[in-house]
Design a protein around this ligand. Structure first.
Ligand SMILES: [Zn+2]
Length: 63
């Protein structure tokens, strides 16, 4: 399912996990990914604040 990137600073906000990792170009990326089954939400952001905001405001389309 998920790519095996090594995330650092992983935190969980509700069902969403936010982690920081380096992409293939060595740049820092901040990923927010929902852990709820069948949701599948996942997105990359340029800043940690943006990723955490997305995690905080995320609403699962399924319940
Ligand atoms: Zn979700």
């Amino acid at each position: 399912m998920s790519a095996n990137r090594s995330f650092r600073n992983v935190t969980r906000i509700g069902p969403v996990q936010v982690g920081t990792a380096y992409d293939s170009r060595g740049r820092e990326k901040h990923t927010a990914a929902c852990t709820a089954p069948r949701c599948g939400f996942s997105a990359d952001y340029d800043s940690r604040a943006a990723a955490e905001l997305a995690a905080r405001t995320h609403r699962c389309p399924v319940r």
